[in-house]
Design a protein around this ligand. Structure first.
Ligand code: GLA
Length: 729
């Protein structure tokens, strides 16, 4: 059993893959964190429990000064009893106080892993995962905290979540609840995180943690372009390929906060959960509240090892879609080809070219519904605009199917335009605060997804559209962030629940659609990659990575995204040049190399392609079929770092898990005239195997490619790129 409890020394030990996590019940009843790191067979961890008198570190009632909560690393931080770090929970009780103190009460260990009510969660069979439920109890408030830990047998991954139960007769208010807390005795670590912006999502930042409390967060209602619900703490010497990393990601698509705090003794507390700035929850007598799941990953093989664990965990234990292991259809999306200016004839002529070139699906983007000819109107009016599409979607999809293509459609379910039938019928259905105007973003308002009738309306309306035509894919967009987060139906003292209820409503709509259309392929999107998080992956197997389709910019965006998310989830398309976001011109072939490393497609007017480009599209389509199994199911290795100013050629590799094959992608953003000659070491190969590089016919041993490396060609122009395919002979 990967979870054990030793009655004698009161130690809990959790083994996850090659990692071990340990904590103990202290003699005073609190729960002290002892160890997280490489696997250890013995459970005699009690020697790590050290007590020490420290000045200005008060002791909780009934304990001695050497047991101060300020000093002893804990599993979950108390509030107001001597622990001055950020607390893990704040519960406001009927008497107005927020002291939140808890001790061990009981525990259970079981095979498998329960799902979380209304929330995304990793899953696994009884053989793949076990679950420890640790009950902590605050006697004065009569509130219980169930800390759940699920170590996965094959991966260095532990899923955690917390349920709060109010046993008292009075309601209490949850003002803060972290999903996981991690205390370190030696916190001199580097923090790695993924800040960004629209069109510049998930750049990689790394810096030493300093004596402060750093908060990585979103208060935008969605997980956001600006920060990702993820952090990693790495030893200073850790690199891409070696060294220790402790990481956490939150399976949540709304306002989150990760707090990283280094204290006076170089001890560190890191925690992740719903953002307390925009959260509160009334918990009535007898009720329970479950916080979103956090997924911890440990790596001793550097940042790359951490990423590959997340990739495997998401591919095998989080994504549920029917499509998760299936090759996704190569799509062409009409957005950058036509924007709002299309009709049936134009779409069919794109579809005709697509069919000739081997593209498998046409996706009709924004502008097919209501009276929408620009971004000022019609969100919410999810019925077809017959002026643009005579005969409706059924006819269009039928014609497209006749050409041998699938048909997909864009929606933005959570939004509403003032200029819409829906707004005229239900002006109070948008998020707003009485007596104040509602801020607009992209000329639109946000629906109050916390209201069941709004979710019902969307479910029925979307079903009607999906039933009207053979629609096999939808792109689910969300093009603004939330403001004036108020609900017309929540009582005044519970308005702070709305942000979280919004996310729950959005998840519920996904769940209902998935149940009704289990084979529907859904691609998540939010102005590009503004909601690219593990929570969404429970509902959708792929997410549009960024509105920035410039291949050179994408090197960074896809690299940063790959820190946590597998390539099989990253929407990546070849678009037109000059690029619509950057104005740059990159070679058509290079645009293909970069897009191949995601879910592949096109976002341009196929009717305008010249003969050379058409020939390249045919080639790219066959490359997709040839390499997609490596990209979608293989191990991903980042070989050079586009954020490092010394990097001249950006190189990554997709290797088959059995080492039989590998695809290496090289792109040179800018030529360095008369520059250096580089070699790059490949990874994940069989050292004794002999590999033939397909194009050149040159053979190398795996050992040679991994130690001496592959010669990186001297490319003489900006944006040059190449693919290398190695096959074990
Ligand atoms: C967002 C998406 C784009 C496109 C437009 C349509 O910006 O990210 O891909 O769908 O909306 O309005």
């Amino acid at each position: 059993m990967p979870i054990s409890f030793n009655e004698k020394n009161q130690v809990f030990k959790l083994d996850a893959g090659n990692s071990t996590y340990a904590f103990m019940i202290e003699p005073n009843g609190y729960v002290a964190h002892l160890y997280y790191g490489d696997k250890i067979a013995s459970d005699a961890f009690e020697y790590l429990y050290r007590r020490m008198d420290r000045a200005f570190s008060p002791a909780a009632p009934g304990t001695t000064s050497s047991e101060s909560r300020d000093v002893i690393p804990q599993e979950f931080g108390t509030n107001g009893v001597g622990d001055f770090h950020a607390p893990s929970a704040i519960i406001r009780q009927g008497n107005g106080h927020t002291v939140t103190d808890f001790k061990y009460r009981s525990h259970t260990i079981r095979r498998g892993k329960p799902s979380l009510p209304g929330l995304p969660a990793t899953f696994g069979s009884d053989e793949e995962v076990d679950t420890l439920e640790l009950s902590l109890y605050d006697e004065a408030s009569d509130v219980e905290f169930l800390l759940s830990y699920s170590p996965f047998a094959k991966y260095n991954a532990i899923a955690r979540s917390v349920t709060v139960i109010n046993h008292s007769q009075e309601p209490v208010r949850i003002e803060k609840i972290a999903s996981a807390a991690l205390d370190f005795v030696d916190g001199r670590l580097d923090l790695i995180h993924l800040p960004g912006a629209w069109a510049r999502e998930r750049s990689v930042e790394r810096h030493p943690v300093n004596h402060s409390r750093t908060v990585l967060e979103s208060v935008r209602g969605l997980s956001s372009h600006q920060q990702n619900p993820f952090f990693a703490l790495a030893a200073p010497e850790t690199t891409e390929t070696s060294g220790e990393v402790f990481a956490a990601t939150l399976l949540y698509s709304g306002n989150f906060a990760a707090e990283i705090e280094l204290d006076q003794f170089n001890q560190l507390r890191a925690q992740i959960g719903i953002n307390e700035r925009t959260f509160e929850w009334e918990l009535r007598s007898g009720d329970r509240f479950t916080a979103p799941e956090a997924l911890l990953v440990y790596s001793r093989d550097g940042i790359g090892g951490m990423s590959r664990t997340y990739h495997d965990m998401f591919r095998n234990h989080l994504i549920r879609s029917h499509w998760k292991d299936l090759k996704r259809p190569i799509l062409v999306n009409n957005w950058e080809a036509t924007y709002f200016d299309f009709n049936e004839k134009k779409l069919l002529s794109i579809a005709k070219d697509a069919a000739e070139l081997g593209i498998e699906m046409l996706v009709l983007d924004d502008g097919w519904f209501g009276k929408r000819n620009d971004d000022h109107t019609s969100l919410g009016d999810w019925f077809v605009n017959e002026e643009k599409l005579k005969g409706g979607l059924g006819k269009l999809a039928g014609e497209i199917n006749k050409l041998g293509l699938k048909f997909g459609l864009w929606f933005e379910p959570e939004m509403i335009s003032r200029e819409s039938e829906l707004f005229r019928a239900h002006p109070d259905w948008c998020l707003h605060v009485p007596g104040r105007g509602a801020s607009e973003g992209r000329n639109q308002l946000v629906l109050d997804m916390s209201r069941p009738e709004v979710v019902d309306y969307l479910f029925q309306t979307i079903c009607k559209v999906l039933d009207s035509a053979n629609i096999e894919y939808i792109k689910w967009d969300a093009n603004r962030h939330l403001t004036e987060v108020g609900s017309a139906v929540m009582p005044a003292d519970r308005q702070k629940e709305v942000s979280h209820r919004y996310v729950l409503g959005m998840y519920e709509l996904h769940e209902r659609l998935l149940n009704r259309y289990p084979k529907l392929l859904i691609e998540g999107c939010s102005g590009g990659g503004g909601r690219f998080d593990a929570g969404m992956l429970y509902y959708v197997p792929q997410i549009w990575t960024s509105d920035d389709t410039d291949a050179i910019e994408r090197l960074k965006i896809q690299y940063g995204t790959s820190l946590v998310y597998p390539c099989s989830t990253m929407g990546a398309h070849i678009s037109d040049c000059p690029n619509h976001q950057t104005g740059r011109i990159n070679p058509f072939a290079t645009r293909g190399y970069v897009a191949l490393s995601g879910t592949f497609g096109y976002e341009l007017d196929l009717n305008k392609m010249n003969a050379e480009e058409r020939a390249l599209i045919r080639e790219q389509v066959s490359e997709y079929h040839k390499y997609n199994h490596l990209i979608a199911q293989g191990d991903f290795y980042r070989l050079t770092d586009p954020f490092d100013p010394r990097t001249v050629v950006v190189i990554w590799e997709h290797a088959a898990k059995d080492g039989s094959e590998a695809l290496v992608t090289m792109v040179q953003p800018r030529n360095v005239p008369n520059g250096q000659l580089f070699r790059v070491r490949l990874r994940g190969l069989d050292p004794a195997g002999v590999y033939e590089e397909e194009k050149s016919g040159v053979c190398y041993t795996g050992e040679m490619l991994m130690n001496a490396g592959l010669n990186v060609p001297r490319y003489e122009r900006d944006g040059a790129g190449e693919l290398f395919h190695f096959i074990r002979r």
